[in-house]
Design a protein around this ligand. Structure first.
Ligand code: FES
Length: 89
């Protein structure tokens, strides 16, 4: 659990040493080391992957319908409590 998170899912995870989220590219959608599965209950609020994310996700294993790159998910008040699963590497 990460509290008082700001920025993106990736930044919040890296700042809180969440294992499995590396953020190697610094958040510019070019590494996929921030791949997460959004809990289906939250998928509509988080929204779908962008075209650029889908391009990166094509190279990933364990892609799910709710896959997102954490660096592309901006944390907003509406996402307070969002549940995601870190995809194992
Ligand atoms: Fe590289 Fe998200 S941090 S794609």
């Amino acid at each position: 659990m990460v509290e008082n998170a700001e920025g993106t899912l990736m930044h919040a995870a890296v700042e809180n040493q969440v294992e499995g989220i590396d953020g190697d590219c610094g958040g510019v959608c070019s590494c996929a080391t921030c791949h997460v599965h959004i809990d289906p209950a939250w998928a509509d609020k988080v929204g779908p992957a962008t075209e650029a994310e889908e391009g990166m996700l094509e190279l990933e294993d364990d892609v799910a319908p709710t896959s997102r790159l954490g660096c592309q998910v901006k944390l907003t008040p509406e996402l307070d409590g969002v549940v995601v699963r870190v995809v194992g590497r």
